[in-house]
Design a protein around this ligand. Structure first.
Ligand SMILES: NC(=O)c1ccc[n+]([C@@H]2O[C@H](COP(=O)([O-])OP(=O)(O)OC[C@H]3O[C@@H](n4cnc5c(N)ncnc54)[C@H](OP(=O)(O)O)[C@@H]3O)[C@@H](O)[C@H]2O)c1
Length: 247
């Protein structure tokens, strides 16, 4: 049997690349020799990261992106496609986690989690799947969470969005035998995720856990890098990576 050579430099799009896991993933994949396209709303952050990456000799660019807006996501993908002729990998990473009890009725934040975590992931899939199917090649990596496997108080809506991402990722994988589909589910990871929104007490519980034993974002980036590095015939379907003390 002939074994195909490992692909070298890939065109990789990362959503939510302005901080945390997305930023670490962009840095990790750029250092591995891929061309990374970073997307997020805080473009001044993206510009600073790109400056550092290009100064280090890596290949990277950025664009403003709001994953809740299908036109913004399509524009992000189409610009990359026009410039590079292909998209090899999409890392659907953007997410928000305003934690609070149901009794608070923070309906706007429930909708925000659905819009960013769930609709945003679907928008990313819609933007890249046609060209990947046409080329019969590509990889879609969705970032879920250990919250896609268990529900905790104050996190029910967040968990619901992550359970949904897990479900749709499995269906996407089943329907696509040329495009690789990967679910990455981190446990507590040090990032800015618990910095905004939600109930102050719930936020500080999450923040304290992240500070006490959270993974460095680079640990999640390495798991993503492992999935990307496999040959086209090997689909790493699912990785759960959590801090050992999380239990
Ligand atoms: N940290 C953890 O413990 C943990 C555990 C499991 C799963 N996760 C998941 O990992 C992913 C990354 O989170 P993180 O921990 O790295 O948190 P983070 O540091 O807060 O990063 C979240 C990223 O999402 C982006 N984002 C938010 N809303 C967006 C929008 N509408 N359009 C585009 N980008 C948007 C943010 O960029 P802008 O604000 O600049 O747009 C930011 O770059 C999320 O899906 C999260 O649910 C995290």
């Amino acid at each position: 049997m002939r074994i195909s050579p490992l692909p070298t430099s890939k065109i990789v799009l990362v959503t939510g690349a302005s901080s945390g896991i997305g930023e670490a993933t962009a840095r990790h994949l750029a250092a591995a020799g891929h061309h990374v396209v970073l997307g997020a709303r805080r473009i001044e952050r993206l510009a600073r990261i790109i400056g550092e990456l290009t100064e280090a000799g890596y290949s990277a660019e950025y664009a403003e992106l709001d994953v809740t807006d299908i036109d913004s996501v399509r524009g992000f993908a189409e610009a990359a496609l026009t410039r590079h002729g292909r998209i090899d990998v999409l890392v659907n990473n953007a997410g928000v986690m305003p934690l609070a009890s149901f009794t608070d009725l923070r309906v706007d934040e429930w909708n925000q989690m659905i819009d960013v975590n769930l609709r945003g992931t679907l928008h990313g899939i819609a933007a890249v799947l046609p060209s990947m199917r046409e080329r019969r090649s590509g990889q879609i990596i969705n970032i879920a969470s250990t919250s896609a496997y268990r529900v905790d108080p104050t996190a029910a809506v967040y968990c619901a969005t992550k359970y949904a991402v897990r479900a749709l990722t499995e269906g996407l994988r089943q329907e696509n035998t040329d495009v690789r589909v990967t679910l990455i589910s981190p446990g507590f990871t040090r990032s800015e995720l618990a910095d905004q929104g939600g109930d102050e007490q719930a936020r500080s519980v999450a923040k304290n856990a992240m500070d006490a034993f959270g993974l460095p974002a680079s640990a999640v980036a390495e798991a993503i890098g492992h999935a990307v590095a496999q040959p086209a015939s090997v689909d790493v379907s699912e990785i759960v990576v959590r801090p050992t003390p999380q239990g």
